[in-house]
Design a protein around this ligand. Sequence first.
Ligand code: G16
Length: 528
Amino acid sequence: MASPAVKKAISEAALQYQKPEGKVFEYGTAGFRMKADLLNTVVFAVGLLAGLRSKKLSGQWIGVMVTASHNPAEDNGVKLVDPMGEMLEAEWETYATKLANAPLDKIADVYDELVKEIDVKMTNPARVVFARDTRASGSRLVGVLNAALTATQVEFIDFKYMTTPQLHYVVRCKNTLGTQYQYGEPSELGYYQKLVDSFKKVMRGVKVQGSLTVDCANGVGGPKLRELIKLLDTPLDIKVINDDVINPDSLNFECGADYVKTKQRAPPSSKAGPLDRCASLDGDADRLVYYFSDESNVFRLLDGDRIATLAASFIGDLARSAGIASKLKIGVVQTAYANGASTDYIEKVLKLPIICTNTGVKHLHHAALRFDVGVYFEANGHGTVTFSENALKAIKNTEPQSPAQQRALECLQALTDLINQAVGDALSDMLLVEAILAHKGWTPKEWLGTYTDLPLAPERKLESPAGLQGKIESLQSRYHKGRSFARASGTEDAVRVYAEAASRSEADDLATRVANAVREAGTDGQQA
Ligand code: G16
C-alpha cells in the first residue's frame, strides 16, 4: 500500500495539471505520442509508473525518454525503458494506459490500486534515469516528470539531452555495473568511448573510402554525432548536415530518415555528388537509412532491409572464418514492410532463417533473442543485432588456429561492443555499416547490387483504419508480385498503406486502389 503521505503528495502534485477533456490515452508502439500540449498528465502518470516499475524490480534503474522521434516538431512523447535497455514489458503497457487515463482527483487511488494489483513492495528503493530530445516542449515535460518522481520519493538522475539509444545504453550500464555483464560506463562519454574503441578494433588493417554525409534531421543526433566525431580520430570523413537544434521548427522538416524513406528522395539540403555515401538519422537517432544518387542522378535507397542483409552476410562470413559457424544459429527478423526481394535474398542467397513480426522494434527485439545472432531491422532503418550468451562464449573461448581465424574472432568480439545490443541505435549502426563497407571494399553502388528491390509505392497516409483485409488481398492478387497491406499507425493519427509489385507503375496503381478502398470503407481518409 502507498503511504497516506505519498498519496497526498501525488494528489497535490497532480492538481497542478489539467487533463485534456475527452482524450483517451494508450501506451502504443512507441509509448505515448501526441501533440505536446496534451502530454502533461500523461508524463506525470509515466513518472509514477517508472517508480513503481523500479520498486517492483527491487530498485533496478528504469529509464524514461521524452521524445517523439520522427514526428513533427509540435508533437512529443514519452516511453519507459526496462533494466536491460529494452522496451517496457508488454504487461506494464496496460498499467501505463490505466494511470494515464485516471482522473486527476483519483490518480493517487489508481496508483494505490496498482500497487496492490502488481504487488509492489513499497519499501524497495526506486531509481529512474531520464533524458529528452531537443524539442521545445521537452523542458516543460521533464519538469512534470520531476514532480511525479519527487512526489513518490524516487531517486533520479536527469541526463538532459540524449539520443534515445544513449538513454537505453545508460540504463543497461547502470543495472550491470560491477557485474560480469557490465555493459559500459553509465555516462555519455562512456557511450562514445565504447563505440570509438570497438570501431578502431574492427577497422584494424582496413580503410574507409570516400566521405559520408550524415543528415541529422535537425535533432539531438546532430550534436551527439559531433561529439562522437571528436573522439573518433580515425580517417573517417563525416560531413554533418541538418544539425540545427536552435530553430525548433526545423526538426524532421524536409530531412531525416523518415522523410528519406517515405518520400524516396534525399533531403533538398543535401549537396552530395553522384555515388557519394549519404545517411540520415531520425529525430532521436534510433533510425538510420543510407542512400546515394547514381551516375544518372537517380536516387537509390539503402534502407533497414539493406542494413540487415549487409550485417547478416558480414557476420555470417566472419563466423565461418572464425570456425564457429556451426555453433551459432544466425537469423534475421523483419516485418511486413520488408521488401520481398530482401526476404528472398536472405533465404536463398544467405540461406538464413527469417522471423516476421508485427511493426514495432519491441516485437523484433524479442524475436531476435531466439537466435544466437539475431539481426533485426525494420525497413524504416530501426534495428540492431543481438548476441546470445552462447554466441558471446563461442567468440571469447575459441582458440584460434591461424592468424586469419584470430583476426575473425577479434573482429567479432569488437562487433559485440560496437553494436548497441540494447536497442536500435543510428550512431552505432552507422559505424557498423562504415566498417562493413570498408572490410568489403564496397561503394554504396556495390552494396545496392547485392539484389534488386521490388518496386514499391511510397506510403500514403489515411485517417482512420478499416478492416479491409479481404479486399486488399483480392486487389493485390491482380498484380504481378503484388503485395499490399494497411495498418493504423502507432505513432501518428493515420492509416499507412504499403504496396509493392513487379513494376513501379503497378505498385503505384495498387497503392492507389488500396488507399481508395480504405477510404470507401467508411472513412473520410486523405492522402498526406
Ligand atoms: C516507432 C517504433 C518503430 C516503428 C514505428 C512505427 O518508431 O519505435 O519500431 O516502426 O514507430 O511507426 P508507425 O506505427 O507510425 O508506422 P520511432 O522511430 O518513431 O520511435
